[in-house]
Design a protein around this ligand. Structure first.
Ligand code: FAD
Ligand code: DLZ
Ligand code: SF4
Length: 516
């Protein structure tokens, strides 16, 4: 009777806790392509292709290294369509004495795992996912007794714990955070060295054919598929980032340029989230780049903060706030997601470009997600669960543990400010400053209301006005109401009417892209 080790699609790490210390001749690794996971939302075609291809490559690597792998393909006869169903079939095949599995990354699957011990006759051992640097219980201990959870304080703890950019117990350079140096606008446009794209091999081609066949109605195109699907490729992608882009990563982190889909970002989130890259190793490489004089401190600190700060923080926050975070709606947003989020057909040049990149690449960079797509959903008052489903569908790096805190708490303020000290609301002025989108837009960021005015301008004031009761007492945003009050009735009416006209023209999404 062997030990059965199920490995999920985002656990593609050879040193995963469930394999550690196991004898190869006494272990069966189980990997399962299941319909439930592939369809609980209608994932972007590239996301499904990426996960299946990476899973198949990982299984082949394990086999080559001498592990026995039982791999269930989506179209295999008898595939029950669920993790638990496949585990039941595998228990019949292998009669294991023990099922040993790392805890799933998402609530939905973790709930299913909890039932395994009652369902199966053998022992079930669930192990903590120690690829993250902070466990859910450590996060809970940190959060205990704090009224507000702020990433910056969590991040300092993580810096001290990992020793990254710490000298003699103090932050290198004297500051914890160099964000003020990281807001350079793309004055004359920007053109960064492009990321390596990996030519689809036989396995990826098989998988893309499967996706075209079985997931035909799903959002997005497969044409530009070039994601790293193995650890080797992911390391090459990281090499290219550290050689060519980290230097300017910091200064241009918030910049947006039409048609430039990646700029100086790493595009390593898909590999990190699948388990092909190790977060700590990446941060150590970034630190080395600073020590070797290949990248400035503001870029390196910014990159490290995204990973041991934001990434770890949102994961801790997810487990701390689930399951209620899924239905949180502190601002009582009730408008349907507009159709143009799926078609990209809008005259707003910024949104059209972000949605195009999302459709073509299954990717948009952080500031596009936050300050264009997210900002619009916040200002227009779109229902949180419809925004959540959209973000979960469209990005190749999207898993609920990282998507949900970013969407519900960071962009929509649906948690009422537990994560963010204020809503990230902005008018067209911000987008105009940080991008070149407005130059080719039919709207003008300088026109405040009425025909031809940038929609973000009246929507900003409409948002502030309708949430005055909630936001006026907020120390970071409350002062804005003095400006609003100074405008006088006529100007205020112009803003509000202009916003109402815009909101009335938003066609609700009709396509069944999201959850049925
Ligand atoms: P870089 O800019 O190169 O950053 C380096 C790494 O830092 C990323 O690879 C990522 O692992 C991490 N990181 C940066 N910001 C965040 C953050 N806010 N939360 C967690 N990790 C972060 N990231 C996901 O991995 N999956 C998601 O589903 C996801 N959904 C998001 C939804 C919204 C509304 C917003 C505002 C952000 C979301 N992010 C998500 C975070 C971020 O946008 C992406 O991680 C980033 O764009 C990935 O591109 P990159 O690898 O080039 O990142
Ligand atoms: C996202 C995804 C998809 C589309 N399909 C599968 C799959 O068929 N098999 C699998 O093991 N994992 C898949 N995944 C990733 C899982 O949803 C992910 O592993 C969960 O986060 C586990 O909590
Ligand atoms: Fe976007 Fe407004 Fe600029 Fe048009 S004018 S690109 S809608 S910010």
């Amino acid at each position: 009777c062997p030990v059965l080790v199920p490995i999920f699609g985002d656990q593609l790490t050879r040193t995963i806790a469930s394999l550690r210390g196991r004898a190869k001749d006494d272990t069966v690794v189980l990997m399962m392509e299941v319909w439930d996971e592939a369809s609980y939302v209608k994932h972007h075609k590239q996301k499904i292709a990426l996960i299946f291809s990476a899973m198949r490559h990982f299984a082949a690597e394990l086999e080559q290294a001498g592990w026995q792998v039982d791999y269930v393909k989506l179209d295999d006869e008898g595939n029950s369509g669920s993790f638990t169903g496949e585990l039941a079939r595998a228990v019949e095949r292998h009669e294991p004495r023990l099922i040993r599995c790392v805890e799933a990354g998402e609530w939905r699957v973790r709930e299913a795992q909890r039932e395994w011990a009652d369902k199966f006759a053998c022992e079930v051992e669930l192990l903590e996912d120690d690829r993250f640097l902070c466990s859910p219980s450590e996060f809970a201990a940190w959060a205990e007794g704090r009224k507000e959870l702020r990433m910056e304080f969590f991040y300092r703890e993580m810096r001290k714990r990992t020793g990254l950019l710490i000298k003699d117990g103090k932050p290198v350079g004297g500051q914890w955070n160099y964000d003020p140096d990281n807001r350079k606008p793309p004055k004359d446009g920007l053109s960064a060295p492009t990321r390596p794209l990996f030519e689809p091999d036989t396995i990826t081609k098989e998988v893309t054919a499967l996706v075209e066949d079985r997931f035909d109605g799903h959002f997005g195109t497969l044409d530009s598929f070039g994601w790293p699907v193995t650890r080797d490729q992911a390391e090459k992608a990281a090499d290219a980032f550290f050689a060519e882009r980290i230097e300017k990563f910091g200064p241009y982190q918030d910049a947006m340029v039409a048609g430039e889909d990646q700029l100086y970002h790493s595009l390593l989130s898909t590999s990190l989230n699948l388990g092909l890259l190790d977060p700590l190793e990446l941060c150590q490489r970034a630190e080395q780049a600073y020590e070797d004089g290949r990248a400035p401190l503001n870029s390196v600190e910014g990159f490290i903060r995204q990973i041991i700060g934001w990434r770890e923080y949102v994961r801790g926050f997810y487990w701390h706030q689930m399951p209620h975070l899924q239905r949180a709606n502190a601002l009582n947003a009730q408008r349907a997601l507009p159709e143009f989020f799926w078609t990209g057909e809008t005259d707003m040049a910024c949104l059209a470009d972000c949605i195009r990149s999302t459709r073509d690449n299954a990717h948009a960079h952080h500031i596009q997600r936050l300050m264009v797509l997210g900002n619009f959903c916040l200002l227009a008052g779109i229902k949180p669960w419809e925004v959540q489903d959209w973000f979960l569908v469209v990005y190749a790096d999207a898993y609920e543990w990282v998507e949900l805190p970013n969407v519900a708490a960071m962009i929509l303020y649906a948690d009422g400010g537990v994560l963010a000290s204020k809503p990230y609301a902005a008018s067209g002025n911000y987008i105009n400053k940080m991008s070149n989108y407005c130059a080719s837009c039919r709207y003008s960021p300088n026109k405040k209301a009425g025909d031809g005015a940038c929609p973000f301008n009246p929507l900003y004031w409409h948002f502030m006005h309708r949430h005055r009761d909630t936001l006026e007492s907020n120390a970071r945003i409350g002062r804005i109401y003095a400006t609003w009050d100074r405008m006088g009735d006529a100007k205020q009416r112009e803003y509000l009417q202009s916003a109402e006209v815009l909101l009335d023209t938003l066609e609700p999404a009709t396509k069944g892209w999201a959850r049925d």
